[in-house]
Design a protein around this ligand. Structure first.
Ligand SMILES: [Zn+2]
Length: 56
């Protein structure tokens, strides 16, 4: 049985969108594409604020 009550409110580790942003940033960094990596971070932050209610 999965205990959903133990899930963190932000739950970014379980969020596919967060994982995709992480992956896209990792790929961009590997390709030394700093501007794309920065884009991914910005989009991820925006997603965090919108979907997880986090503020920086
Ligand atoms: Zn997310």
């Amino acid at each position: 049985m999965t205990d959903h009550s133990s899930a963190e409110p932000s739950g970014t580790a379980e969020c596919r969108q967060c994982q995709e942003f992480d992956l896209a940033e990792a790929v961009a960094r590997r390709e030394r594409d700093e501007s794309r990596a920065t884009d991914c971070r910005v989009l991820r932050k925006r997603h965090l604020a919108a979907a997880h209610g986090e503020r920086s």
